[in-house]
Design a protein around this ligand. Sequence first.
Ligand SMILES: NC(=O)c1ccc[n+]([C@@H]2O[C@H](COP(=O)([O-])OP(=O)(O)OC[C@H]3O[C@@H](n4cnc5c(N)ncnc54)[C@H](O)[C@@H]3O)[C@@H](O)[C@H]2O)c1
Length: 321
Amino acid sequence: MAVCLVTGGAGFIGSHLVEALVERGHQVRVLDNFSTGQRDNLDSVRHRIDLIDGDITDLETVRQATRGVEVVYHQAALASVPRSVANPLATHRACVDGTLNVLLCARDAGVRRVVYAASSSAYGNSARLPKRESDPTGPLSPYAVAKLAGEHYCAAFSEVYRLETVRLRYFNVFGPRQSPESAYAAVIPLFIQAMCSGKRPVIHGDGKQSRDFTFVADVVQANLLAAEAPGVSGRVYNIACGRRTSLLQLIDYLNAMLNTRITPTHTAPRVGDVQHSEADIECARQELGYRPTTDVPTGLRHCLEWWRQRSSTRSRSVKVA
Ligand SMILES: NC(=O)c1ccc[n+]([C@@H]2O[C@H](COP(=O)([O-])OP(=O)(O)OC[C@H]3O[C@@H](n4cnc5c(N)ncnc54)[C@H](O)[C@@H]3O)[C@@H](O)[C@H]2O)c1
């Protein structure tokens, strides 16, 4: 039974990872400052984890959190392109300074391996699809720069200090608990929120832009594999479904599932967004044994189910109050 630290464990992806680790019998510590994460996300495991309310930009806090830890799953970040455009300094602090703190403390605590939540935004707008790990990087937003800087720190720590690190470049993750409520929410929860209440979803641009939408359980799978796979320290892997879906296709899927015929409204394209994104996941298949299990329509059904449950719990609690 390993002691694991999940930074950002109260977030969307982090909380799913925490549940999976607890289920497998690991002793899990979560370090989160709840800037975008929610305590509710950890409801199902609250009494089985060690929860530290603290900030990864504080070196002493991270030092305490990494004591006695075997694997760090570093998920904490301000995870949004538009947020980084609005406030690049905050993104830099969380993603770059925070990551450096995590790596330094992991090194000093004798952590066996750090698994880093990297981002497909590292590739920028490079024309070649699907994206391979060997492709040149070209980050377009402060967020992408900061996440890629974190990657370089991981690689450098493996090289210089022999700290094992594995970088997982996630491609547009979606799933239950992804909140539509922030001003910086991701597209799928926003579409679901709008369409479930009969409203028209808003698309920035023509809607033909596409993404390799990746179900959260597959990202969890990749993290678990990356923590254990032998001989992969210093490596970087694309983690995705391996297929491209346009925003217009997403709306078609949701209309079919909801039995509606809602059309989107269009606004100007967003600064810093890439046009198309699709991953080559062969390296993760070969070297980690990664196999995506959930395609976009199946994942959307899980999201709708979660959304309906959440809406009915909320309306019940409003009535009771
Ligand atoms: N969601 C995606 O599509 C996606 C794609 C690529 C990479 N990623 C990466 O995956 C990770 C998780 O993303 P997510 O979608 O779950 O986002 P999220 O916002 O739900 O989770 C991030 C968590 O980190 C915490 N956090 C932020 N700053 C912190 C700080 N300074 N100290 C401690 N905790 C802090 C937040 O409170 C939150 O709980 C991030 O590193 C993100 O960059 C996500």
